[in-house]
Design a protein around this ligand. Sequence first.
Ligand SMILES: Cc1cc2nc3c(=O)[nH]c(=O)nc-3n(C[C@H](O)[C@H](O)[C@H](O)COP(=O)(O)O)c2cc1C
Length: 213
Amino acid sequence: MRRKKLTKISLIVGSPRKNRSCNFLIDQAIEGIKLISSDYEIEKIQISDYNITPCNGCDQCLRPPNDCPLTENDDMNKLEEKILGSSAILIAAPNYFGSVSSQIKVLIDRSRPWKMKKYLLKDVIFAPLASTGLRNGGEGVISDLINFALIQGMIVVANNLGSPVIEGNIPITSLQKFNLKEFIGKGETDELAGIIAKDLGKRVANLVQKIKK
Ligand SMILES: Cc1cc2nc3c(=O)[nH]c(=O)nc-3n(C[C@H](O)[C@H](O)[C@H](O)COP(=O)(O)O)c2cc1C
């Protein structure tokens, strides 16, 4: 008997560091997804496991068959296999000078053939998450991720299900504590951002169910 294909949600840890803040946010989001349903195939991707070459602007992806010649020598095909076909994609990226990490920027640029092949990510749910050292700056990362998603035709969501007055909508961790001279120590996490990330996972999982109906 043929097994039913599972609905897939892909989550990308966009930091070159595998077990730090971005990873924390993604793990929280995964917990949230699992609270809604255990039926999803969860694809957790560490961007640092993949060797992807920066786009060189050759524009070959503009011409049929809209393929990128760089894929012959790097891991982009492997990533494509994991990402395409997902019903939702979440990316957590670190704040590097107000923007995403270079690893995530390379992924974004190299995703251009997916757009040129008539929007392969169209109507996929997308949620951005960010980690940052200081309190401010994560918003730039979120904007970069939102721009990517909108240009690819995805549906962007944040978590806005809690108290509209008290609760944050976008999961941005900061290493900085309320007392700004203090930073999160080893083994500590930004609890509030974790709650928001978990709620975001729940929301994404719920929306995937609604859209599939
Ligand atoms: C090259 C580089 C640039 C950074 N630039 C900023 C910055 O402009 N503002 C900031 O608040 N943190 C900055 N940081 C700190 C990272 O955003 C912070 O450590 C983040 O939590 C890293 O995510 P990770 O723990 O998942 O690796 C920078 C870190 C690096 C390595």
